[in-house]
Design a protein around this ligand. Structure first.
Ligand code: SF4
Length: 236
């Protein structure tokens, strides 16, 4: 069995705890208007066997320490779940900590993969179904099914929310996010990521229109202030 991998980064510090190898898998059903990895939207060459990818990850094991491990990201790793299940089964034999960075939209049947995963880093696209579709060009239902399965399996979750100026940098959205997150069990951490437009060059190279070219990058200080406000709201 082979998988389609876009790139592998060997010293990630932000996609899960500790030092991590981050594997970016090709393929995604969503078309988020702010996506900074459009080169990963389509499944390309099947370029890694299970054993090749496992060996590549194990090669970095000595750097993982007690907290680190591997994070599968993309693209959308759930689109290659059968391949990942085989990879994760091998990694578990070596006690490797496994995180899955996902928007929760694959081909269904998430149970087998999730049962091998230690942490889910869940990208919340929007709390409202119409706005979710407007942002991603995809219906929200599949991501809700994924959240339900995470709850059933009591998976530890880190929430990620991209904050886009003029879209969700406001109190009403923060309130709706608070309500949305209530339906997710075992949330261990919440992160706000300021939207940036650094991917414009990639879109030009690929000959794709960049839908958010009119939106400036989110000010990091304002994003941090919104985050503090949100955390206070959660404590109310
Ligand atoms: S889910 Fe991620 S990879 Fe897919 S379009 Fe959205 S931002 Fe891009």
């Amino acid at each position: 069995m082979k998988g389609s991998i876009s790139k592998i980064e060997t010293s990630g510090f932000v996609d899960g705890p500790g030092i991590r190898t981050v594997v970016f898998l090709n393929g995604c059903k969503l078309r988020c208007k702010y996506c900074h990895n459009p080169e990963m939207w389509y499944l390309k060459d099947l370029n890694y066997t299970v054993s090749e990818l496992v060996q590549k990850i194990l090669h970095n094991k000595e750097y993982f320490g007690k907290k680190g491990g591997v994070t599968f990201s993309g693209g959308e790793p759930l689109l290659q779940s059968e391949f990942l299940i085989e990879v994760c089964k091998c990694l578990k034999k070596h006690n490797i900590n496994i995180a899955l960075d996902t928007a929760g939209v694959g081909n269904g049947n998430y149970e087998d993969l999730l049962s091998l995963v230690d942490l889910v880093i869940l990208d919340i696209k929007d709390t409202n179904a119409a706005d979710y579709r407007e942002l991603t060009s995809y219906p929200m239902n599949e991501s809700l099914k994924f959240i339900e399965m995470c709850n059933q399996l009591k998976k530890k979750i880190w929430i990620r929310q991209v904050i886009v100026p003029g879209r969700n940098d406001n109190n009403d959205y923060l309130k709706s996010l608070k309500e949305f997150i209530k339906q997710i069990d075992n949330v261990e951490k919440i992160e706000f990521l300021p939207y940036h437009n650094m991917a414009i060059g990639k879109y030009k190279e690929l000959g794709i229109d960049y839908p958010y070219k009119h939106i400036k990058s989110m000010d990091k200080v304002i994003c941090d202030e919104l985050y503090d406000k949100f955390i206070n709201m959660l404590e109310d």
